[in-house]
Design a binder for this molecule. Structure first.
Ligand code: CA
Length: 232
């Protein structure tokens, strides 16, 4: 079986070509768009398993492209930024990307991260042993369909946001360090990526309320709504 289809949205042709070559050598089907609008259209047509998205694009910028792609259907997104400060900005906004890499990056590392995201998304909720539905505070979660509702209203979470939420809930209030979350949710061993965790916590707070995830300063994060209860 093919490992999947990846769309690369990047206006710098040499970077797009290098990323595409590397991904193709791993067996992925790859399609490239050179600006934001073309990227959105390509995603509608190709329905990729993952999108590698440059932040600075002519026309629509990466953030708007990310929003439009996610509005269409939940798709894992890895955002490329030119500077660490851009990554910091995105982390603060809690945009719906699954991971970030700052240029210049090693294509080998990019392929490793793409693989980790895809493996995680492919893991079914049944394998994780999650209950069919549960509730934390005013948030109701249905793992099989990855549906989340808050006070009855449907909330769209990215695949990684969903996995982070279920990981925190699964540990029932126990504090997890950023490194533990990276290992369990992203599948990374060691190294950097703490800001990626922060970014996703921000996104969960923005979408599900500021009090759901508790920051334990100097340690990490925990769910702060008590133990999950079966939803009625
Ligand atoms: Ca660019």
């Amino acid at each position: 079986m093919s490992p999947g289809c990846i769309v690369v949205v990047e206006d710098e042709e040499s970077i797009a070509a290098a990323v595409a070559d590397r991904l193709r050598s791993e067996g992925y089907r790859v399609e490239i768009a050179g600006d934001g609008l073309a990227g959105v259209e390509l995603c509608q047509r190709a329905r990729p398993d993952l999108v590698v998205l440059d932040l600075m694009l002519p026309g629509l910028d990466g953030l708007e492209v990310c929003r439009r792609i996610q509005a269409e259907r939940p798709t894992p997104v890895l955002i490329l930024t030119a500077r660490d400060t851009e990554t910091d900005l995105l982390v603060g906004l809690g945009v719906g990307a699954d991971d970030y890499m700052t240029k210049p990056f090693s294509p080998r590392e990019l392929v490793a991260r793409v693989g980790a995201i895809l493996r995680r998304v492919a893991r079914s909720a049944e394998e994780a042993g999650a209950p069919p539905r549960f509730r934390v505070g005013d948030v109701e979660v249905e793992p099989a369909t990855r549906r989340v509702r808050r006070s009855g209203e449907t909330i769209h979470l990215t695949p990684t946001e969903f996995d982070l939420l279920t990981c925190l809930v699964g540990h029932g209030g126990t504090v997890l360090t950023r490194q533990q979350l990276l290992a369990q949710v992203w599948g990374y061993g060691g190294g950097s990526g703490a800001r990626t965790v922060d970014s996703h916590v921000q996104a969960l707070r923005r979408k599900l309320g500021p009090d759901l995830v508790r920051t334990v300063h100097g340690v990490g994060y925990a769910i702060d709504a008590g133990a999950p209860e079966p939803a009625s």
